[in-house]
Design a protein around this ligand. Sequence first.
Ligand code: ZN
Length: 300
Amino acid sequence: MRTLLTLLLAAMPMLAFEYDLTPSKVNVSTYCFFGKPEVMDTHNNGNMSNSCFVDMGTGYLVIDSGPTYLYAKQAYALMKKIKNLPISHVINTHTHDDHWLGNAYYKEIGVNIIGSKEFKNEVKPEKTRMQMRISKEAYAGTEQIFPNIFVDNKKVLELDGKKVTIESVNKKAHTNSDLFVYIPEYSTLFAGDLVFNERIPSIRDGNINNWIEALDTIKSMDVKYIIGGHGEIVDKTSVDATYKYLTQLKEKISSAMEEGEDLDDAVNSITMEDFKNFKMYDGMHRQNVAIAYRMLEWEQ
Ligand SMILES: [Zn+2]
């Protein structure tokens, strides 16, 4: 019996990994696939960041292509079920691999991909985290495909008579390649990983001062919806958790420094009561303290 089963299994074609994505409607024209507040692993296979699409009229605009080729392919199949539209552009908000490795699929179907002019400088020629941490089945077909259109300071698209403003932060904030996307017609702003909610942000590749400054700019904008790279809050309050975490962290590190605490002391002493129940606090907070401490020390 077991031999028969083994033979049957061997004869079956290898099944593609199924992400079981569900689009959530944000407003009349905007939908997102919201990722889980988790680290990438062989269970979520990279479905831990947000990928969104906007119906502009005769085509979709996609914000972040997701973690793999298969994710992007399955996402577009679901978009077409809502309305059978082509995709005009994909925008990559930054270079972290959970946000753009779906580019391989979009390139295959001939879509233009937009990213920061820093994109090529920032992506290291090495295996991606996704490649190392998710299953081979889920990673199948994935390649590092860079954008083919680059944003220097600002780029304005006109899609079906509606303006889409793509703005570069132009200094290292969450990364060195952060873009945010504003669609006035829908009062919607896509903030990429400048905005995390429901989990602790990662400041590993960032600069805490510039990040706070970028959020000040975003907070000052008159928009109804602000959609981050992680988390499902989509109104203007979506910014609050990241903003509060970064400003509190900066204050706490500054006072620790004033009291003569070295890096190890600070990592051990700085806790954030308001965020202890956030996802990924245990794995990420201490690391954030260390990174921000070094950075603030350097800038002193
Ligand atoms: Zn990121």
